[in-house]
Design a protein around this ligand. Structure first.
Ligand SMILES: Nc1ncnc2c1ncn2[C@@H]1O[C@H](COP(=O)(O)OP(=O)(O)OP(=O)(O)O)[C@@H](O)[C@H]1O
Ligand SMILES: C=C(C)CCOP(=O)(O)O
Length: 242
């Protein structure tokens, strides 16, 4: 079983509000349509959708809001992006169905994600398509739930064999811009890890590496050119071993 994240920086034009990168999404959907994977869960990021509204309302993974309209604005933008992703997957022959994390998770001393429905969808031949979202947060109203957190919660609960994060960069890069083949400890790469270049409330590459190191399953961070290799089980980008 594979849990794959399509980064918001790949499927949207991250510097243009609510703009899907249609060519990139079509290309990734085409690769997924050709792949020979039995059980696949897809999670996508927010890119120029959720991050804009989260930033506008001052909401992050730790700073919450009790403004219901802010929660709906963030969530609705992700619903629109999710619909675009599902439409392109459908065109490519992938049997995607939506799962809304806002209705399937909460934070209360950590994240609780209800994954039973995802398991049944997989068993019935569907490809669940989740996304970064807002989440009810005990004592804080609602905070942002990154797609990376959804990936790690699902991978742990569903005992995923492999995890992949497809982002706009070809892997975790060193100071010279070269791909670091493997990461085993946060401190080994902390100096080169930064946030995102665009509006992003969830921590860019530093947040990803931290999430992936907490996992048992082997994880890869790679760019769009390596998606087919990753799905075939080959090495792609940077391997993060927790
Ligand atoms: N050492 C590094 N190696 C690679 N990328 C890095 C590094 N440090 C910071 N980054 C930034 O992290 C970005 C990837 O994180 P980002 O959160 O934007 O990706 P994403 O998951 O595709 O998008 P989203 O969060 O919208 O889903 C890169 O585009 C780059 O700007
Ligand atoms: C900003 C929102 C709504 C979700 C962020 O998810 P990410 O793009 O995976 O970090």
């Amino acid at each position: 079983m594979i849990v794959l994240k399509l980064g918001g920086s790949v499927i949207t034009e991250k510097d243009e509000r609510e703009t899907v990168d249609l060519d990139s999404l079509a290309r990734l959907a085409g690769v997924l349509g050709q792949a020979d994977v039995d059980d696949l869960v897809i999670v996508h990021g927010a890119g120029s959708f959720g991050h804009y509204y989260a930033d506008e309302h001052g909401v992050s993974t730790t700073d919450g809001t009790r403004d219901a309209r802010a929660v709906r604005e963030i969530h609705d933008s992700m619903t629109r992006l999710n619909k675009a992703v599902l439409d392109y997957l459908d065109d490519a022959g992938v049997p995607g169905v939506p799962v809304r994390p806002f209705s399937a998770a909460r934070r209360d001393d950590g994240l609780e994600f209800y994954a039973n429905q995802v398991e049944t969808m997989l068993a019935e031949g569907f490809t669940p398509v989740l996304h970064g979202d807002v989440v009810a947060d005990a004592g804080a109203g609602a905070t942002i739930l990154s797609g990376d957190e959804v990936v790690t919660a699902l991978a742990a609960q569903l005992d995923a064999d492999r995890v992949g994060l497809c982002s706009t960069v070809p892997g975790v890069l060193d100071d010279d811009g070269d791909v670091i083949p493997a990461v085993d400890a946060y401190d080994d790469v902390a100096a080169v890890l930064g946030g995102s270049e665009d509006t992003d409330v969830t921590g860019g590459m530093a947040g990803k590496v931290r999430e992936l190191l907490a996992l048992d399953a082997p994880a890869s961070v790679f760019g769009p050119d390596d998606l087919a290799d990753f799905l075939r089980g080959e090495d792609a980008g940077t391997t993060v071993r927790g």
